[in-house]
Design a binder for this molecule. Sequence first.
Ligand code: AP5
Ligand code: MG
Length: 190
Amino acid sequence: MTVTRLLLLGPPGSGKGTQAEILARRLGIPQIATGDMLRAAVDAGSAVGRQAQGFMDRGELVPDDVVIGVAEARLMEPDAVKGFILDGFPRTPAQAEALDAMLERLRVSLECCLALHVDEEELVARLLRRAQIEGRSDDNEQTIRTRMQVYREKTQPLVDYYDRRGVLREVEGDGDIGEVASRIEEALRR
Ligand code: AP5
Ligand code: MG
């Protein structure tokens, strides 16, 4: 059976975006990345963008109601009917519960939560490397530290949340991109 409704959970820099993109291409289903959508909203100067920008620049989470609205609108688009890869959503227990409610309304269920594990030193090194290449406004040392702390406090509890649901599959996220992609493929076959 092919898994088509999944989410990637992991700290900043763990490779959610990188691996979600690979999986989306392989499975032919959309990647739904709230961070990318919020950055696009900031660039467009929309109401959502104006609400989100300060939080993003500080490395804090954008308020649940804003992000839930963004994710829900995207999940309701027709291409998500055949499946989706959630990248960076949910990030709080309230978001996870909102996702459950959305999926219930759509009469589908989440099949798999892939949790990526990478040492914090490696995470910081990856993000500082990206800072030099892409210049994402939240890739600076202080904001990276805040993002790590926010992950530990607000998002890490979701690992247990999805474990209790029986959909958690843990994957080592170190090593090169191809190696991690192979481990994910293996985890999806388990
Ligand atoms: P978001 O855009 O989701 O950022 P993030 O979680 O901080 O994570 P990154 O995108 O930096 O890392 P990633 O895990 O995707 O790794 P990537 O593949 O890019 O969120 C940004 C902000 O938006 C949040 O701080 C918050 O304010 C807001 N937000 C978003 N969603 C929200 C939500 N649900 N609720 C509230 N607020 C929300 O890889 C990182 C780098 O490492 C890249 O340069 C990549 O090329 C490289 N790399 C990847 N894999 C490897 C590897 N195996 N080896 C070496 N390098 C690698
Ligand atoms: Mg990302």
